[in-house]
Design a protein around this ligand. Structure first.
Ligand code: ATP
Ligand code: MG
Length: 278
């Protein structure tokens, strides 16, 4: 636990807030029926209102780690977790171990608090409005005007409002890939998450759409804490505050992004970011 003050001008309440919103501690993870773990004793903090990039060659466990962080693996039974994944309680400074959650409702709530955006945009086959309203209704919101307000705010906050405001009741499948991805971000944002996990969110997009998503992610960190998996080294260095380098299920090095890219401690990290392998 860090004792570093956030700012000398912070109110007492703010100053005592932990700077980690999540903390992966000593995590070893094994897929159902896999002979050996895909992640070994991983330690990783997710800093509040910062962007943490996960980088490393294909198959090193980036997606596996991200998917552990909102227990989405548990949609399939038989996973084995050892260690802890702590998530800060928004009301106080205590952290809870999300690996202790057992009830289906608690896991659904967890995935609202720790939202996920995938490589391929995954809009539901329904209208643009309903895509965003769906999760709100599922979480128990009933009042129509409250739902409308939250949908509009989420679309505005996800830089997709201008392109959708005149076609809210048309199918989301008619949007471009980049627009669909921003809609998926709006869908997660509407639930007021504390953390957003992005797994290669722009690798299926053209450079213009990629730029729009990057701008949006940079804007979103004012409200939420972010972890992003990317194969694009420019993207990691442009966008992130902290970077973790993974290799064959191990976390090799974690530090401020500038340090990782300019002067990493490990030779393996240097070889990877300079393109010598992977
Ligand atoms: N459902 C699964 N069952 C068993 N093993 C799996 C499963 N999914 C992934 N793995 C294994 O876990 C390891 C890590 O895979 P993961 O998908 O996390 O890698 P990654 O770093 O995200 O790779 P990429 O950059 O290609 O997306 C790999 O060895 C992979 O074969
Ligand atoms: Mg992956």
């Amino acid at each position: 636990m860090s004792t570093e003050p956030i700012s000398q001008f912070d109110t007492t309440k703010e100053a005592t807030k932990q700077k980690d919103v999540m903390r992966v501690e000593n995590l070893t993870y094994t897929y159902p029926e896999a002979p050996k773990p895909s992640l070994h004793t991983i330690d990783l903090p997710i800093r509040r209102n910062k962007i943490t990039a996960l980088i490393g060659p294909s198959g090193c466990g980036k997606s596996t780690l991200l998917r552990a962080m909102n227990r989405i693996h548990d949609l399939y039974p038989g996973n084995r977790y050892e260690g802890r994944i702590l998530l800060a309680n928004p009301e106080d400074t205590k952290m809870e171990d999300i690996l202790e959650l057992k009830k289906e409702n608690d896991l659904i709530r967890l995935r609202q608090r720790v939202g996920m955006i995938f490589q391929k945009p995954t809009p539901f086959p329904m209208t643009i409005f309903e895509n965003v309203a769906y999760g709100l209704k599922l979480s128990g919101m009933k009042n129509k005007s409250d739902i409308e307000e939250r949908v509009v705010t989420a679309l505005q906050g996800s830089a997709i409002w201008n392109e959708t405001k005149d076609r809210l009741h048309e199918s989301a499948m008619g949007l471009s890939g980049g627009q669909q991805q921003r809609l998926c971000i709006a869908r997660a944002v509407a639930l007021k998450p504390e953390v957003l996990l992005f797994d290669e969110p722009t690798s299926a997009l053209d450079p213009i759409s990629t730029g729009a998503i990057e701008e949006l992610i940079a804007e979103l960190k004012k409200e939420v804490s972010i972890a992003i998996v990317t194969h694009n080294m420019q993207q990691a260095s442009r966008l992130s505050d902290y970077t973790a380098f993974m290799y064959i299920g191990d976390l090799i090095e974690y530090n401020k992004t500038s340090k990782i890219f300019l002067n990493p401690d490990q030779k393996l990290t240097e070889d990877y970011i300079t393109g010598r392998f992977g």
